[in-house]
Each structure stands twice: as structure tokens, then as C-alpha cells.
Design a protein around this ligand. Structure first.
Ligand code: ADP
Ligand code: MG
Length: 616
């Protein structure tokens, strides 16, 4: 038999490797912006078309490249930033792997124009499929312009994996903000389809923070600044009144690199303890600067996680720095600790990190959100339900199939279909006997069976179907506010909200933009409590963002978010009449047995099954 192993042709090997670095237009945005920063630019413009699917272009006024470097930049492991392995521990630049441009060139059509100040002429290089198509001397301004067209034009499978423009644009804006936030002394602009979304003049970190988070932060930022030999923390936290129901405005940077850290987030939240409601998130923009040797940057290029040489110190330090800042501005009532004592004195820093603290970190919303997203709540519900009938048939009517995870069900969302004929019984009947349990469930009984209904899930289903009907036909009535609430959003959220306005109007939210990032809430559906408009809207947005990770049409995301946010929460006491109404409305739904994302709305117990359970 012939030998079977072959070396992959370069362009295929490059495409495979590129998949690690460039997953979506936003990954290219990050890499190109970082290259411009590394090149010492003071003015960086990002232009995108079609959420980056058609074009991502970055124009900078940095150092530029020589004709040879212009070509070499696209080779794998081509970098001017490290020479030897030890350099890895002294990294002060954003890039260093020499993979980004090679990856981009493998999966898109790329044109580079660049000139150094000392050269009279610049260079233009065109590359496609990792092959140089053309290189020539051209007139060009000092600096570099790289445009990446038709991402994944040669890898259709990946192109199909891209999400909606709304979702891809969000990712781009997120990456843009993360770089722009870290370098306030550089001008950054972002234009999408010819429309300017950001124009961030160079300035102080405070100015940049306000430019990005919104004007309403102007007088509400508390400066954080602590320096020690080991590390420095600087930046801002929002005063407690800026805490939000959404996790939106939270930024950590380590040596100017944006990172995500549930652990450090916990440190900040802890510092805010008792100052904000437990279900709110503090806002912060914090920079941790330390010796690069204390950080393992050699993680995967697209990962935002980071490893510290000593995590506990960083945790203690961040928490103390934030507490100190809050105390200093007399926002916290307690001044019962001295920062210098707790930080400079190593012994107290190295206090063992207790079990309790660790489990608190694990219990954080971030961690929970992550693990819960992949759980099939419904499986547990039906297991619990079947458990008592140890072997043999239970005699209970068949449960709808809740086996699939909520996420899977969301993906296959088929609003019609799988309800049991049994429901017909409930559709036209006398009022049932109802009883509320734990402020969360409704027990609805008739002669030989009872239902245990989850009040919020049931309400979610009802509201979802109502909203779905409204966007297709008759809009839900709006209750005009006498005193319209206004809401100021981060620019990324403002872009999202603007897109949702027409559908929101159909479901009863009358919202008008004024200015770039501010909106007036002129009216809400009649059943939204006055005074709550802003919080509800914020939560709807947060939910839409969450759903935009699953590949759902925009309208579907909105409908589900509205239903979820307006639904009655556990702990709400219901009158008998309200309960009757809820049960009736539920069984008038087309799909009464599950929420739009597939959680069960009720569990049914038949008398026969109960008898069996008790051995009768
Ligand atoms: P890395 O940034 O890890 O070095 P890249 O593939 O991103 O790798 O870039 C390769 C090299 O191309 C860089 O090391 C740098 O020398 C050069 N380069 C890339 N972008 C620019 C730019 N905007 N201006 C000047 N030089 C650049
Ligand atoms: Mg780079």
C-alpha cells in the first residue's frame, strides 16, 4: 500500500490556522486596531461595511512599513515585536505572535497601503488566499491602511457561521470600545456603512470614559488610583447610583489589554457591598498595571482570560483600591480599614483566601450564568416529576418532551405543535380552584387532577404570544407617560436600541431618540408600572444581547426579551381572580406547555398517578 500522509498545501494550512485567530469580523477589528496602536499611531480610523462582512478597514498614522516589511508582514510568525523567547516576559506591545496578518490574508482579500516618514513612496500589496497578487510603489500618506474585504469568501462554511449583522456589529463595537478605552490619548473613529458611530477625540481617561459610557457619567465617576511596588490600579468606578440592572459597563484591563475576569469582578462587587442592590452591577473601568513577568500573556490570542502569578494579591488589591476610592469620596459609610495597612503589609494580603470567598466567586452571576446557560432545567423538572413512580408506568399522562435543552429548543423554535390533547379539557371549563404556593406557583385543581403552574413561565408564554400577534398585526396599546423618562445608553447599546424601535413600538413601547445615545420613553404597554420603564427597558436590552448569541432573528429576540422582562416575577402575590385569568390565558395560548425558550410552564398530576404513588 502506498504511504498516505501528505503535507497540506500552505494555503490550506494557513486557512486552518487562521480559524484560531479570526473567527468573525470583530476578531480582525481587534487585531488591526492593536497593530495600529503598536505602530505608535495617534489617529486611528475604523471603517466597516455590512457589519464587517463586506469590509473592515483600519487607517492609521503610525510608523508605516518598508516595502520588504509590507510583504513580510503577511507571513506566518512574521513579527517585529519579539526576537527571542525571553522577550515574551517583557511584552509591552499588544501583538507579538505574528499571526494576525497571515491569518487575515488566508481568509479574505486584503489590500495594504503603507509608507514610512523616511520613504518618499509608499507600498501597496494585494493578497488573496495567502498569495501576493500585486505589489507596487504608490503615493501614500505616512502610516498604514489595511482593508480586509469579503471575509471567508474562500471558506463558505465559516461564512455561513457568521451571525446576523446586528450581532456581528455589536461584537465589532465591543472590540472597538475595548481598544479605544485603553488608549485615550489616541483619536479613534468608527464608521459603519458610511455612518459615523464614534468620533473619540484624544483626551484624558476620564474624558474617554465619558465619551464611551455616556454623558450621564460625567459627574458620577470616582477616581481609583493606588500604586505599589507590585502593581498599580487606576481608573474609575461609577458612583453607586450608576449601578445597573445590566452588566454592561464593566471593563478590566491588564497592562492595557482588555480582560474578562469573574474573579476580579467579584472583588469590585465586594467593594460595593451594601452600597448597591444585590441584583445590580457596579460600573467600572479599571486598569491594572504590573510587571509583564507577573502575567502569563502566552494564552490563546483570542482568549480574554489571563493568568496572574499571584491571583490573591491582585484580588485583595483591587478590592481594597475600590473600597478606598469609595470611602475617600465618602460614599461608603465605613472607614474601618486602612488601605496602606492592608496592601503594603504583605501578611494581610496573604491572608488565606477562604473557602467562603471562593464559593462566593463561584456563586457569582457570571459563573452561574455560564453554567446555567447549558443546563436543561426542563430535564430536571420532568425527572423530579417522575421520580416517585419507581419503575412501572406511573399512570400520569405523557409529559411534553422537554428533553432538549432550552438552547436547543430555542434554535428549533417551532411555536406550533407539541401540546397534548389533554389541554382541550382545560380550554372550556368552569373556573378552577386555584391556590398560590411560595409566591411562585399556582396550584390549579379540578376533580381528578391538578396542575402545578409556574406563574412567571406561564405569564412569559402568554406575553410572548401577545407580542408576536402585535408585531404582525394590531399593535399593543401604549399608555402615554405624562412625564417621559429618559434613558442614556452606552453607544453600542444605543445602536442596538435604535434598530429595535419599530418592533418595540408594535409591542407598546413608544420611544424616541434624542441625540446620539439618549432616548425618551414616551409610553409603555399599559401593564408596565410607571417609574419602572427605564429598568425594564435596560433589562430588555440586556436580554436581547444575551439572545443574540444564539442565532435568532432579531424580532424573535425582542419578543422573547419583552415577554421575559414583563412577566410577573416569583414572589408576586396574586389574587384569586388574577390566578384564574392567568390559567385561562395560558390555555388559550397556541403552545401553553412551554416558555418560548422551552422551559415547562406547568407539571400535571393525575389522581390515578397519585393513587399509585401511594400504593393504592
Ligand atoms: P504581531 O502584531 O503579532 O507582530 P501581525 O501579524 O499582527 O503580528 O503583524 C505583523 C507585523 O506587521 C507586525 O509585527 C508589524 O511589524 C507589522 N505591522 C502590522 N500592522 C502594522 C501597522 N498598522 N503599522 C505598522 N506596522 C504594522
Ligand atoms: Mg498584531
Amino acid at each position: 500500500m502506498a504511504d498516505r500522509i501528505q503535507l497540506l498545501p500552505d494555503h490550506i494550512a494557513n486557512q486552518i490556522a487562521a480559524g484560531e485567530v479570526i473567527q468573525r469580523p470583530a476578531s480582525a477589528v481587534k487585531e488591526l486596531l492593536e497593530n495600529a496602536v503598536d505602530a505608535g499611531a495617534t489617529n486611528i480610523k475604523l471603517l466597516v461595511n455590512d457589519a464587517g462582512k463586506a469590509l473592515v478597514q483600519v487607517i492609521d498614522n503610525g510608523a508605516g512599513m518598508s516595502p520588504t516589511d509590507a510583504r513580510r508582514a503577511f507571513e506566518r510568525h512574521a513579527t517585529s515585536k519579539i526576537r527571542q523567547i525571553d522577550d515574551l516576559f517583557q511584552i509591552r506591545t499588544m501583538g507579538f505572535r505574528g499571526e494576525a496578518l497571515a491569518s487575515i490574508a488566508a481568509v479574505a482579500q486584503v489590500e495594504l497601503r503603507t509608507r514610512r516618514a523616511e520613504d518618499e513612496l509608499g507600498t501597496c500589496v494585494q493578497i488573496e488566499n495567502s498569495q501576493v497578487q500585486k505589489q507596487e510603489a504608490v503615493a501614500a500618506p505616512v502610516g498604514t491602511s489595511i482593508s480586509m474585504k469579503n471575509l471567508f469568501f474562500n471558506v463558505p462554511a465559516r461564512r455561513n457561521f457568521l451571525k446576523s449583522n446586528t450581532s456581528e456589529l455589536r461584537h465589532i463595537v465591543d472590540e472597538f470600545i475595548r481598544v479605544a478605552m485603553a488608549f485615550p490619548d489616541i483619536f479613534f473613529g468608527l464608521t459603519h456603512n458610511g455612518q459615523q458611530l464614534f468620533h473619540l477625540e484624544a483626551g484624558s481617561l476620564k474624558q474617554r470614559t465619558v465619551q464611551i459610557l455616556g454623558n450621564n457619567y460625567g459627574s458620577k465617576l470616582v477616581a481609583v488610583q493606588e500604586d505599589t511596588d507590585y502593581l498599580n490600579v487606576r481608573g474609575f468606578v461609577g458612583k453607586p447610583e450608576t449601578a445597573k440592572k445590566t452588566r454592561g459597563d464593566q471593563y478590566f484591563f491588564v497592562n492595557n489589554r482588555y480582560i474578562r475576569s469573574g474573579y476580579l469582578n467579584h472583588a469590585v462587587s465586594n467593594a460595593f457591598q451594601d452600597l448597591i442592590a444585590t441584583d445590580s452591577f457596579p460600573s467600572y473601568v479599571l486598569f491594572i498595571d504590573l510587571d509583564p513577568a507577573q502575567v502569563d500573556v502566552n494564552v490563546h490570542p483570542t482568549k480574554q482570560e489571563i493568568k496572574f502569578e499571584d491571583e490573591k494579591i491582585v484580588y485583595a488589591f483591587v478590592q481594597a483600591a475600590v473600597k478606598h476610592a469609595l470611602a475617600h469620596f465618602s460614599i461608603t459609610p465605613t472607614l474601618d480599614f486602612g488601605l496602606d495597612a492592608s496592601i503594603q503589609n504583605l501578611e494581610s494580603i496573604q491572608r488565606p483566601f477562604t473557602e467562603a470567598q471562593q464559593s462566593a466567586a463561584r456563586g457569582s452571576n457570571l459563573y452561574q450564568g455560564f453554567t446555567q446557560a447549558n443546563q436543561a432545567h426542563a430535564i430536571e423538572a420532568s425527572r423530579a416529576f417522575q421520580a416517585p413512580s419507581k419503575g412501572g408506568s406511573s399512570g400520569f399522562p405523557a409529559m411534553p418532551d422537554f428533553g432538549a435543552s432550552a438552547e436547543e429548543r430555542a434554535l428549533n423554535a417551532a411555536p406550533d405543535g407539541d401540546f397534548t390533547p389533554l389541554l382541550d379539557v382545560f380550554r372550556s371549563r368552569e373556573p378552577w380552584t386555584v391556590q398560590q404556593l411560595f409566591g411562585t406557583y399556582i396550584l390549579a385543581a379540578e376533580d381528578d387532577r391538578f396542575l402545578l403552574i409556574h406563574q412567571q413561565s406561564a405569564h412569559e408564554r402568554i406575553l410572548y404570544e401577545r407580542a408576536a400577534a402585535a408585531v404582525q398585526g394590531k399593535p399593543i396599546a401604549t399608555q402615554r407617560s405624562l412625564f417621559p423618562a429618559s434613558i442614556e445608553l452606552a453607544p453600542a447599546d444605543a445602536v442596538l436600541l435604535a434598530e429595535l424601535l419599530p418592533d418595540l413600538q408594535q409591542v407598546g413601547y413608544h420611544i424616541e431618540p434624542f441625540g446620539k445615545t439618549a432616548f425618551a420613553i414616551q409610553g409603555t404597554p399599559a401593564d408596565v408600572e410607571a417609574g419602572n420603564e427605564k429598568a425594564i427597558l435596560e433589562r430588555i436590552l440586556e436580554q436581547v444581547k444575551h439572545f443574540s448569541e444564539v442565532k435568532l432573528p432579531r424580532r424573535e429576540m425582542l419578543l422573547r426579551s419583552v415577554a421575559l422582562q414583563q412577566s410577573i416575577k416569583p414572589g408576586t402575590t396574586l389574587s384569586e381572580k388574577e390566578m384564574q385569568r392567568l390559567v385561562e390565558d395560558l390555555f388559550n395560548c397556541r403552545v401553553p406547555n412551554a416558555t418560548p425558550s422551552g422551559k415547562p410552564t406547568y407539571v400535571e398530576f393525575g389522581k390515578e398517578g397519585l393513587d399509585k404513588m401511594f400504593g393504592r
